[in-house]
Design a protein around this ligand. Sequence first.
Ligand SMILES: NC(=O)c1ccc[n+]([C@@H]2O[C@H](COP(=O)([O-])OP(=O)(O)OC[C@H]3O[C@@H](n4cnc5c(N)ncnc54)[C@H](O)[C@@H]3O)[C@@H](O)[C@H]2O)c1
Length: 263
Amino acid sequence: MAGVLEGRIALVTGGGQGLGAALALRLAQEGAHVAVADINEQTARDTAAQIAAETGRRTLPLQVDVAEEAQVSAMIDRVVAEFGRLDVAVSNAAILIAEEITEFPAEKWRAVMNVNLFGYFLVAKHAARVMKAQRSGAIIQINSKSGKKGSFKNSAYAATKFGGIGLTQSIALDLAEYGVRVNAVCPGNLLDSPLWINSLYAQYARKWGISEAEVRQKYIDQVPMKRGCTYNDVGNVVVFLASDQASYMTGQAINVTGGQEMR
Ligand SMILES: NC(=O)c1ccc[n+]([C@@H]2O[C@H](COP(=O)([O-])OP(=O)(O)OC[C@H]3O[C@@H](n4cnc5c(N)ncnc54)[C@H](O)[C@@H]3O)[C@@H](O)[C@H]2O)c1
């Protein structure tokens, strides 16, 4: 599908690192010019510079807190001022704070909601105002298999991801008549991502009294296809949903889980 997004204008939130950075690169490799937005200004800048150097596409680093409406609105306006339009908005920024329900500080639970669900609402709202006027566009939420099935001691994250699917379906209805499609992608565990390498392996190893390698194996064993999800697995579906090849698809939440989640 090389060049399937030639000349399109794309935005990725949480694009400074991890899956978001990989998706921003992939969209550029497919021909899009890409705005890389992150709360971390330095990683947004570094990622945008690297993508421009690697692909020759135009990139725009932006600092944004997706939970702040004025900042999200300004981010979208900045993309339009720079590139003249917005074709693809990927709402990828999210945080994960996991606690057992009786020990979950309410403020932390609310913080997860603010970034993952309210942040997606704000990005979709302001991307949609541009796309509705254009009468074209694709909004894509990076969801999770935790948006389809409850997650042990991880209620805030799962609740925000379940909510993201309701939001996706609802705004797909709002925007269908304007030619704007809204879909979600639900990846399985990205076992080589910074989230796992810098934090989850160590946390779970401590909690369960096993080695980090055993934690990794335990998660691989839960997948029928016996491997973790990769950035490219997700990128393939994001590129498809962003492209005209998905022109009859809206309101979907597509699992990319090696068969781990089937609903
Ligand atoms: N890592 C996994 O195993 C996994 C699995 C399924 C789904 N996902 C989803 O993939 C997406 C990316 O996850 P990741 O593992 O790459 O995460 P990550 O923590 O490595 O990256 C998230 C990025 O979002 C940015 N960010 C955080 N809060 C923000 C805010 N308020 N405003 C703007 N940017 C903000 C961070 O600075 C960071 O650059 C998330 O939506 C996550 O839920 C991840």
